[in-house]
Design a protein around this ligand. Structure first.
Ligand code: GCB
Length: 626
């Protein structure tokens, strides 16, 4: 039986894990001979034997690490390799896997010269099972990864290669063009792990939670296992119901532990539910009093046991118990209306690009809490699992967005890519308490006729994958022309009054915004979130009276929006405001971007602009009111 789960690799009494993060060898393929590495089989020998290599940290984007413009702006294949050891005891009675948290965009992976994985999609994990026959415990093994950042009309996001024909260009000149507003960072962006499971193992866990009238919580679970003797019992996984004791003598035992390790419920089937009286709920940190615990997580201990009741495999999943509900006017968490006050963000930081590191993610979440925000959207792609662990733990509410930014075209092949990524995202994040909504796209060309059936399709798919969360789409179109938002449970709109239109005229903001939101709500009768509004602001630039790009302008721009939001909160189904952006971030080079997009309320170095203090006082004020 094949694995289908993508459970985060963890250590337990039955599992081991080794990090492969560190400094790897790196080289890019020559621009004029992109296939050279394949023709010369660079995966068959150490990369440094193929030519000049450079050192490259993993995880990281490769773009900003070296002093080479060629590497920063590279388009095409880039090659990485490193050596690793396999402990002797892993070589028998174990399954060995190699897992990448995220590689942008397309990756091919070889171990000791043999291809073991290929994956497309820049922000989602993938796993390869390694064949022990191709590994050695006596000498080092070699891991080679080739990655390609080229985008086309059927990748998500999209891009296109521009090859000018005019003679004024140097021979072979080309660029990758894309119309999303962030640098197309490339690299092995997230941790790389080697790990093991027993040969019979827990492959996937799906959990949803519910609250009954009497306050009893239900934890509904579905556990998929793969059995070593699967060839004989191939029905186990697909059958959906795994009897207490299977024909191979293995059984599933589930227990739910609270934070102190007390067992609060137990179960004995692969599918079932646990009822937890007086459960401590998972609350957003903004909704609990100081002495209560936000982001309360239980540990669901799943074990696969043999007839002697010994653990064959054990996996611990942290889960939050919370109840989401929504209708045409409200969105509630644990029965209480939730007003989103948050951010659009990026995984973006100096030097690292989109590579994640603990310094950046802890600092960012400290800043988020400092502002009094209660939520953010993972604009414009799924964020790393390490980040999502933090939002679960801290009680920060997440709108989980797929990489479909600014898409256009809406053909069948694009829909397939989009569908595949949505499946992978739901598979990865389905158990996360902090994820309260799926966002299936940001600012598609949704005024086009083809967008209607395309998104109708996708909304249906996501609802089929997960009925426990509402589904949204983030649109920039006008309420009269958009063809996608009508299928959403909750509508998100992005608006830039006095920035992209009527530039500088902050006096138009309040009235324009109020009228716009009324139009949407009167037409669609849905809860609505302003998912973006913002103005580029160069920290330290001042002007009185205010002028675009100055800190004074950003302050005034925010104040005018707050007036609109307060009016709308009082008498419409506006359920949230998210500023664009949390921090300044890097973009491609262009004349409207001054070394990146400056709409952050924090600089790229994470220092506050004046607007951060203003937003903070509003978010804290809202926190006290709600
Ligand atoms: C948007 C996009 C976002 C951009 C932003 C801007 O509508 O969703 O990716 O960065 O506008 O600053 O133009």
């Amino acid at each position: 039986t094949e694995s289908k789960g993508i459970l985060f690799p963890q250590e337990s009494e039955t599992r081991e894990r080794k990090s492969l993060d560190g400094i790897w060898q790196f080289r890019i393929a020559p621009r004029n001979d992109p296939e050279l590495g394949f023709r010369n089989e660079w995966f068959k020998r150490p990369l440094q034997e193929t030519g000049e290599v450079t050192l490259m940290p993993v995880p990281s984007s490769y773009n900003d690490i070296t002093q080479s413009k060629e590497i920063r702006d590279h388009v095409g294949w880039a090659w990485y390799d490193r050596e690793f050891w396999i402990p002797k005891q892993w070589m028998s009675q174990r399954k060995i896997y190699l897992r990448f948290g995220g590689v942008n965009y397309h990756a091919i992976v070889w171990v000791n010269g043999v291809q073991v994985a290929e994956h497309a999609g820049g922000h989602l994990p993938f796993v390869a099972e390694l064949d022990a026959a191709n590994l050695s415990a006596q000498r080092t093994n070699r891991l080679t990864v080739a990655i390609n950042n080229t985008l086309n009309q059927n990748t998500i996001p999209q891009g296109s290669i521009f090859r000018p024909t005019a003679t004024r260009y140097p021979p072979g000149y080309f660029t990758l063009n894309y119309n999303f507003d962030f640098f197309n960072y490339a690299g092995i962006h997230r941790p790389v792990y080697l790990y093991t499971t027993p040969t019979s193992y827990i492959d996937d866990i799906t959990v949803s939670t519910n609250l009954q009238e009497d306050g009893t919580a239900l934890v509904i679970y579905n556990i998929e296992t793969v059995r070593a003797s699967a060839a004989l019992f191939h029905n186990d996984v697909n059958f959906g119901w795994i009897p207490t004791v299977n024909q191979d003598g293995l059984s599933i035992v589930v227990r739910l532990e609270d934070k102190s390790g007390n067992i609060v419920a137990t179960g004995t089937h692969g599918i079932g539910y646990l009822s937890v009286p007086n459960a401590t709920l998972w609350w957003p940190f903004s909704m609990v009093k100081k002495d209560e615990q936000a982001g309360y997580l239980y540990t669901m201990v799943v074990s696969l046991q043999n007839l002697a009741k010994l653990d064959v495999d054990v996996y611990r999943l942290k889960i939050g118990i919370r109840h989401l509900a929504w209708d045409n006017t409200t969105f509630t968490i644990n029965g209480k209306p939730f007003y989103f006050r948050g951010f659009g963000r990026h995984e973006d930081f100096d030097v690292r690009g989109r590579g994640i590191d603990n310094v950046m993610i802890v600092k960012d979440h400290n800043l988020i809490k400092w502002t009094g925000a209660n939520s953010y959207r993972t604009s414009h792609y799924p964020y790393s699992e390490e980040i999502m662990d933090l939002t679960d733990e801290l009680g920060i509410v997440i709108i989980d967005e797929i990489s479909a930014v600014s898409i256009d075209g809406f053909g069948q092949e694009l829909l397939e890519t989009h569908t595949k990524q949505m499946r992978e995202l739901v598979q990865r994040d389905k158990n996360r308490a902090s994820v309260v909504m799926w966002s299936i796209a940001n600012e598609p060309q949704s005024q086009k006729t083809e967008a209607g059936p395309y998104f109708k399709n996708l909304f249906a798919l996501v609802r089929e994958l997960d009925k426990s969360r509402p589904v949204t789409i983030v649109v920039a179109q006008d309420y009269r022309t958009d063809k996608a938002a009508e299928y959403a449970d909750i509508i998100c709109i992005n608006r830039y009054y006095a920035w992209y239109s009527d530039t500088g005229h902050t006096e138009v903001i309040t009235a324009s915004m109020i009228q716009d939101v009324h139009n949407w709500i009167n037409k669609f009768h849905r809860p609505l979130i302003i998912a973006e509004y913002g103005a580029d602001t160069v920290a330290g630039l001042h002007s009185s009276p205010q002028f675009v790009f100055t800190e004074e302008f950003q302050l005034e721009y925010l104040r005018e929006h707050f007036k609109a939001f307060d009016a709308l909160r009082a008498n419409t189904t506006l359920i949230g405001e998210m500023i664009w952006n949390f921090a300044d971030f890097m973009t491609g080079q262009g004349i409207t971007r001054i070394v990146g997009n400056r709409k952050g309320i924090f600089t790229r170095e994470r220092q506050p602009k004046a607007s951060a203090h203003l937003l903070r006082s509003r978010y804290h004020f809202l926190a006290n009111e709600i």
